[in-house]
Design a protein around this ligand. Structure first.
Ligand SMILES: O=C(Cc1ccccc1)Nn1cnc2ccccc21
Length: 328
């Protein structure tokens, strides 16, 4: 049975986390993304005007899947599209022998400009993989039956390398028990229900329930209902929701309160320091919040700001999928 571990390296400001992957004969740094299900890469097929500064997948090592194409657009309207090869993909020693590697023939500017990432490795459910006419499986689904245990874990960290482990739980990476909750994968995501929340020294996480949420390593920040974000920033002097800056900003001199959320039988805390995401300009006087209100959508996105404060188990060992959360 296979098991393995790979480093998750933070990009600037923990905007994303990239992991070393071997695809065929190529070494790539890919953004592991539990919010999507395509493994796509910058490749020798990618126009050179779009691929400068990126490591490239050499398509000559793979077998092109005849007629297969893909096209993905993310929530922020970034995206890419292309053709598909079958090749060997190795992550932390775990080998997928016939993995669909989606080579980009067109990539949007957000990805072109982020030269620290050579593509994405989707870890959501294969039901939302975009390859047509025949849908392909994620890396995890491709290797799942060969793993010692059908699960992977994410141990992202603030400002330092964490890890993704496949096939086993490393109990040295978490303190306390793992709290498991049911997953609703009907939309292809690692969906769960978040309960009440509280702010600062009140660790009760009572109050109104946050509701439907997804665990999304491909999203940088933590997006909650606008009422929750408003209640949080009431506790921050000088905070304002500035649409021209894209959301809540506040004077960087603030010490931000912790944010607590009930999930299953547990209460999970995001330290206030994690919610002071980054300065909005070089003067460093105004800072952008790591906790933001969703743009009216009913789905909360528990992105890296939340995930990097915890050890998270993405578990398909049971008849139905589940998520496990533990303090790190
Ligand atoms: O798109 C999202 C947020 C989202 C909103 C609603 C439903 C599901 C996910 N995350 N994401 C996941 N991978 C990404 C890659 C680029 C940009 C955003 C990305």
């Amino acid at each position: 049975a296979q098991e393995g571990s790979v480093a998750a390296n933070p990009q600037a400001e923990d905007e994303a986390y990239v992991c070393p992957v071997t695809a065929g004969s190529s070494q790539l740094n890919l953004d592991f993304d539990t919010g999507s299900a395509d493994l796509w890469v910058f490749a020798t097929d990618t126009p050179s005007s779009e691929s400068q500064g990126h490591n490239l997948y050499d398509t000559s090592s793979g077998q092109q899947i005849d007629g297969a194409t893909w096209d993905i657009t993310y929530q922020d309207q970034s995206g890419s599209k292309g053709v598909v090869f079958s090749d060997t993909v190795v992550v932390g020693g775990v080998t997928a022998t016939s993995q669909a590697v989606e080579a980009a023939t067109s990539v949007s500017t957000q990805f072109v400009q982020n030269t620290g990432s050579d593509g994405l490795l989707g870890l959501a459910f294969s039901s939302i993989n975009t390859v047509q006419p025949q849908q392909q499986t994620t890396f995890f689904d491709t290797v799942a039956d060969s793993l010692a245990a059908k699960l992977f874990t994410a141990d992202l960290k603030k400002g330092e390398a964490g890890s993704y482990d496949f096939g086993y739980i490393d109990d040295s990476k978490h303190t306390g028990d793992i709290t498991y909750v049911d997953v609703d994968n009907s939309q292809g995501f690692w969906g769960f229900t978040a309960g009440g929340y509280s702010v600062g020294d009140d660790t009760s996480a009572g109050g109104d329930s946050i509701g439907s949420a997804i665990a999304d390593t491909g999203t940088t920040l933590l997006y909650v209902p606008s009422s929750v974000a408003s209640a949080y920033y009431q506790n921050v002097d000088g905070a304002e929701n500035d649409s021209s800056q894209g959301g809540y900003v506040f004077p960087c001199s603030n010490t931000l309160p912790d944010f607590h959320v009930a999930i299953g039988s547990g209460v999970f805390t995001v330290p206030g320091s994690y919610i002071n995401y980054a300065p909005t300009d070089s003067s460093g006087s105004t800072c952008f919040g790591g906790l933001q209100g969703g743009d009216g959508q009913s789905l909360s996105i528990f992105g890296d700001i939340f995930l990097k404060a915890h050890f998270v188990v993405f578990d398909q060992t049971q008849d139905s999928p589940r998520l496990g959360f533990a303090p790190q």
